[in-house]
Unconditional design. Structure first.
Ligand SMILES: Nc1ncnc2c1ncn2[C@@H]1O[C@H](COP(=O)(O)OP(=O)(O)OP(=O)(O)O)[C@@H](O)[C@H]1O
Ligand SMILES: [Mg+2]
Length: 250
């Protein structure tokens, strides 16, 4: 399995502040790669640069070995982005939201209808297809946000904190779906500040703080960097040890 995505010295400055600092990430085909970091670490800015929404100050992104920016047209439909800020429209019905996003990729007619139903079914919202998104609960909105990003069958799925502020049932549903997508062949990038989630679904984890990647490895490898007996240490403690900070306020 090869590298699907690579960032080369990816950097973002806002004014004098460096919010993403010289990131060199390499994501392998078939993995669930976790980006773990506290609020303000630079996770969303990184994802927005990877997907081309935010322009890097320096550096570039390679997707399947090609410069993403220069080959955006041919590569964009290989990517599915579930943004942290909900992208759905409250005054559109569930199916119209999925139609809006899926049709952007040139999918039309009977195939489009099929993809809409398939995406809604995937997130458990097929029966609510005719309801306006504004009538949905927080968890249902998050699920619809996912349905909007998968209708074009992307190879790489990028989830930016898809479980923030939702009930445990919806959270588990989303985590199970991410694992299922990965089993079915999608590569996944997953950002979160919940270490339990990252530990549960990610095959490899990068710890990010202050715009920098501090360490990368499997959960076990990261723990070994801090302590020999890994059974007595959590990722939370690894983070505290490496940064001197708590991952989140408990
Ligand atoms: N458009 C912008 N203009 C100025 N500063 C910005 C902008 N977008 C992000 N920042 C700053 O960049 C830093 C990183 O923000 P970012 O949203 O990438 O963090 P994050 O890791 O996703 O945090 P969270 O867990 O809260 O979502 C923050 O200090 C933020 O204030
Ligand atoms: Mg964010």
């Amino acid at each position: 399995m090869g590298t699907i995505l690579k960032t080369n010295d990816l950097t973002k400055k806002y004014g004098n502040k460096v919010v993403v600092d010289n990131l060199n990430l390499e994501i392998q085909e078939g993995e669930v790669f976790g980006l773990l970091g506290p609020n303000g670490a630079g996770k969303s800015t990184t994802m927005n640069m990877i997907t081309g929404i935010v322009n890097p100050t320096l550096g570039n992104v390679e997707f399947e070995g090609k410069d993403f920016k220069k080959n955006r047209k041919s590569l964009i439909d290989k990517l599915g982005y579930i943004p942290q800020e909900l992208a759905i429209h409250g005054n559109l019905k569930a199916w119209e939201n999925v139609e809006l996003f899926t049709s952007l990729y040139g999918i039309k007619g009977a195939e489009l209808k099929e993809r809409i139903n398939e995406s809604l079914e995937y997130v458990g919202l097929l029966e609510r297809r005719n309801d306006f998104a504004k009538t949905f609960s927080g968890g249902m909105k998050r699920r619809l946000n996912i349905a909007c990003a998968i209708g074009h069958h992307p190879d790489l799925l990028i989830f930016d904190e898809p479980t923030v502020g939702i009930d445990p049932q919806s959270r588990n549903f989303i985590l199970d779906k991410i694992k299922e997508s990965n089993k079915n062949g999608s590569t996944v990038i997953y950002t979160s500040h919940y270490m339990e989630e990252v530990e549960a679904i990610c095959t490899r984890i990068a710890i990010m703080d202050n715009g920098k990647i501090i360490a990368t490895g499997t959960s076990e490898e990261l723990k070994k960097m801090v302590k020999d007996d890994i059974s007595t240490i959590t990722l939370e403690e690894v983070f505290l040890n490496m940064t001197g900070k708590k991952l989140r306020d408990l």
